[in-house]
Design a protein around this ligand. Structure first.
Ligand SMILES: [Zn+2]
Ligand SMILES: [Zn+2]
Length: 373
């Protein structure tokens, strides 16, 4: 709107409001006779009621309850958490890249030369193949999980199957779609917002996220086991140097070069980091594996638990419409349509799209029927 038309519109609005108030305050023709005081009192109470209705209509909602009130009270806290998570997402992604690179550098500088110089040929071949396969899988799935959009409901199409309307986006929400307050958009088959990916995990990148967790855990376990002998050696060397009195009376402390001391510290860092990540990420991977087996997302886990409890109180049993049997759920996630896909789509990097569009879902109760492969 242009500036000129804007102030003219504001002025006409003010005039309209003033006229309306004058009309309200003016005594009505054929009104009460016998003095102005009762009329003023009547008009004042009328105005008071009118103002109250006006004020209440601004925030009235028939669906309001204690949850809505709590949401309103904690809205500033949510706002801060959402913004901090959004900005820290970039920091977390840089941290993942930095730590993975540091582990790679240590493996190439200290662990791999030891394997090449001390292990038999077959073990060397196995280490080279296994280590590089895990590295390729981790890098590929992390890149795809961070750069692939999880999928959003179309804004133009109005004739899509929807279960509700998103009060933030004011658009229809298809089944399994939820609003991400950090990305500020609705996400198809939303699982959760992952700060380590700086992205939402949804329909189109769920497989990449799970494969990254799985291969990163395997990679960390591989690094911890491969460097265990070097770790024990480095730990005893560091302990020996840090206890000069004990070594003075028994054996003279060995002279370590700068390269050896650096190698010892790097190996300890590598082992501590990979073991900790293996435990933490391994737990998360197991949790998500359990959810996939049940045909649920992290969000649906909470919803379904509430629904199960609610229906149990009514003497009914809740059945998850997206659970097609354990094996079928895994096939749907990995996009396995024939047996060779277990190799080409699960054990090797693959960019195939997930089955379905994330908007319409097959909710028939055929979970006991095996999927044809
Ligand atoms: Zn939304
Ligand atoms: Zn998000």
């Amino acid at each position: 709107m242009r500036m000129g038309s804007s102030w003219r519109w504001q002025l006409s609005r003010a005039m309209r409001l003033a006229l309306r108030w004058c009309r309200l305050c003016r005594p009505q023709r054929g009104g009460r006779a016998g003095g102005s005081r009762p009329w003023i009192s009547g008009r004042t109470s009328e105005l008071w009621s009118y103002s109250k209705v006006l004020l209440k209509s601004l925030y009235y909602n028939s669906l309001s309850n204690s949850d809505t009130l709590l949401d309103c009270v904690f809205e500033p806290v949510y706002w801060i958490v959402d913004n901090v998570t959004r900005w820290f997402g970039v920091v977390f992604v840089c941290l993942v890249i930095l730590l993975t690179t540091s582990v790679l550098v240590i493996v190439y500088l200290f662990v791999l030369p030891t394997i090449l110089s001390t292990y038999p040929v077959l073990w060397i071949v196995w280490h080279l193949c296994c280590g590089h396969w895990l590295l390729i899988m981790v890098v590929f799935h992390y890149y795809k999980a961070t750069t692939t959009s999880p999928g959003h409901p179309p804004k133009q199409k109005v004739h899509i199957p929807s279960v509700s309307i998103c009060k933030k986006c004011i658009t229809p929400k298809p089944p399994r779609t939820h609003h991400c307050s950090i990305c500020d958009i609705c996400v198809l088959k939303m699982d959760h917002h992952c700060p380590w990916l700086n992205n939402c995990v949804g329909h189109f990148n769920h497989r990449y996220f799970f494969s990254f967790c799985l291969y990163m855990t395997l990679g960390c376990i591989y690094c911890s086991i491969s460097s265990r002998n070097l770790f024990l050696e480095a730990y005893s060397a560091v302990e020996f140097v840090s206890c000069p009195f004990q070594s003075y009376y028994q054996t003279p402390p060995p002279e370590y070069t700068f390269r050896e001391t650096t190698a010892h510290k790097c190996i300890i860092f590598l082992c501590v980091l990979t073991s900790s990540v293996a435990v933490a990420l391994g737990g998360l991977t197991l949790w998500h594996a359990m959810l996939i087996s049940r045909g649920e997302t992290s969000v649906e886990r909470h919803i379904n638990r509430k629904e199960t409890k609610r229906l149990r109180e009514k003497g009914k049993v809740f059945r998850n419409p997206h659970h097609h049997g354990k094996m079928n759920n895994w096939k749907l996630l990995f996009g396995v349509e024939k047996k060779s896909h277990w190799f080409t789509r699960v054990l090797l990097p693959s960019s195939h799209l997930p089955s379905g569009d994330g908007i319409t879902w097959d909710c028939t109760f055929t979970r006991r029927d095996p999927m044809a492969i």
